[in-house]
Every structure is written in C-alpha cells, then in structure tokens.
Design a binder for this molecule. Structure first.
Ligand code: AMP
Ligand code: MN
Ligand code: MN
Ligand code: MN
Length: 276
C-alpha cells in the first residue's frame, strides 16, 4: 500500500520515538513520503531525514507551529522550508520560550486540586525541557495512577476550562505563516476538526489563513472521522486550498492511528505534494 504521512512527532517535541526511529517505522509501514512535524522545533529534522533517506523514504522538512486565533490554540504545519533559515529559527525559539514558566504554573494549579509533583514528573518525559507541553503532563498523571488514560487527563484536568489549564501566548496566524513562507516553505492548517469554533469563526480562520498566504488544509488527519474528512474536503474546494494528510502519530502505545494508517485523500483535491 502506497502511503504518505505528513504529520508525526518525535522525542524532539512530545513524541515517544527518536526522529530516526520514526523514519525507520515509516519505512516498515511502506510509507513513501514522510514529514516529521515536531512542535515549534526543527531539531529532529536532520536525524529523521538521514534515516528516512537511508531507508528509501522521501523526506520533507516539517514543523507544527503553535498559534492563536480568536483566543484558541490553532496549529499550523510548515513544509519544505529551509531549516537553517535564521528568522524561522528565531521565531521558533520565541515560540518555545514561556513553556517552562507555564509548566510551573500548571504544576501549582494541579497541586491545588490534589495532583502533586507535576512539574518534575512531566519534565522527566520532556527530552527537550524547552518544549514541555501538556502531553508530558498527561503521561505523568497516568503514570502516578490519577487517571487511566491521557484523554481522561485532558478532559478532567488540562483542557481549557479545567483546573490545571494555563493559557499561553502564541504567535498570530499571520506571523506564523510569514515565518514559514519567509523560509521558502508552504503552510497547512493542522487538524481543523479539533478546533471548537463556530461556523463563522471557522470561516474567518480560513479567510485569514488564505489572506496571509496559507496554501493548504489537513483534510485527512488521525483525529478526523469520515464526516470531518468530507467536510474539510469541501472547505479545500471552496477556499481553493491544497490538501494535506497525516496521522499526528506520537507513539505506538498512545496514538489512535499509526503512521500512514488513515484513509486516502478524497478525489479531486490538489495534494500538497504537488507543491513540494
Ligand atoms: P500544549 O502545547 O502544551 O498546549 O500541548 C498540546 C499537546 O497536547 C498536543 O500537541 C497534543 O500532543 C496533546 N493533546 C492536546 N489535546 C489532547 C487530547 N485531547 N488528548 C490527547 N492529547 C492531547
Ligand atoms: Mn503533540
Ligand atoms: Mn496539533
Ligand atoms: Mn501534531
């Protein structure tokens, strides 16, 4: 089975496998084109690229950048950029700054509701402390037996509105897309089905993204069901976006979908790889 996976994570951010191990796993799953999209870092790309190339998998540089639209976190994927671009490097460093401070505040908030030791506990899961995020907290809270699953941790403690959730300041969509374009790359909106926006708010997100030079939308994602795939395929046509696809794989034991294991792109869409 031929497949393309343009969205997954390694230990360079909050994944469980090293960048090289992700690339080797992709080869085992018969993936022909792979992009590693760690959160706010390009630190895993060189290692993944080398391992992918050695295993005969075409590798596309990728990144998933945290941004903000109408008060909600929105993730923007960047592809096929120059990973040594200076402005991109500085922008990503700025995006990472503030995470440790936020993690300390999350830990204090969680302590108040009876979940102790979260900062140190989550840090043990974060290979790069600068990139500590809520997934590392969820792993620790499952480890100490407070919740059975990571999903339960998110629902009970660390989603917006829950006691352990702490806001962070993310870049604007405009600034994120400008960073990606400035480094010669192309941008796609990650997992649009995950955002809790109204119809009008979604429309304004797509308009803004297109106006800034955003090219694509992640129509097929490990977190989309069949209805969402069909809906975002229509969005791609309506707004003139190309379509991307990816598992959002974080690790064998915790991701719903393994590398490459998602439905094909619906017909009649312009695949993003035509632009690579
Ligand atoms: P942060 O950047 O600290 O807001 O953390 C976001 C990360 O948490 C995402 O990259 C996902 O890996 C993970 N995440 C967010 N929501 C969920 C969820 N409902 N279930 C499992 N993991 C989630
Ligand atoms: Mn993640
Ligand atoms: Mn994401
Ligand atoms: Mn992701």
């Amino acid at each position: 089975m031929f497949s393309v996976d343009l969205h997954c994570h390694s230990t360079a951010s909050d994944g469980l496998l090293s960048p090289a191990a992700v690339a080797r796993r992709a080869a085992e799953k018969d993936i022909r084109m792979l992009s590693l999209c760690d959160h706010d870092t390009v630190g895993g790309l060189a290692e993944a690229s080398q391992a992918a190339t050695e295993a005969g998998v075409r590798f596309i540089n990728g990144v998933e950048i945290s941004s903000e639209w109408l008060g909600q976190q929105v993730h923007i994927l960047g592809y096929a950029f120059d990973p040594d671009d200076k402005a991109l490097g500085e922008g990503l460093a700025a995006a990472r700054s503030g995470r440790v401070e936020r993690a300390k505040r999350m830990s204090l908030a969680l302590e108040k509701v009876g979940v102790p030791g979260c900062f140190e506990g989550a840090m043990r899961y974060a290979e790069n402390p600068e990139l500590i995020n809520r997934a590392h907290f969820a792993r620790y809270i499952v480890e100490i037996g407070v919740c059975k699953t990571m999903q339960r941790v998110f629902d009970a403690y660390i989603s917006p509105g829950r006691p352990g959730y702490v806001e962070n300041r993310w870049m604007s969509i405009k600034d994120v897309v400008a960073l990606i374009l400035g480094a010669g790359g192309i941008a796609s909106i990650a997992h649009p089905g995950r955002y809790k926006f109204s119809r009008n708010q979604m429309h304004s997100l797509f308009e803004e993204f297109g106006k800034c030079g955003g090219l694509a939308i992640e129509v097929v994602s490990g977190s989309h069901n069949a209805e969402e795939i069909a809906r975002f395929a229509r969005v791609a046509v309506e707004y003139g976006f190309a379509a991307s696809c990816g598992s959002d794989f974080h690790g064998p034991s915790e991701s719903r979908v393994d590398l490459g294991r998602f439905p094909p792109l619906p017909p009649d869409l312009a695949p993003i790889w035509d632009f690579f």
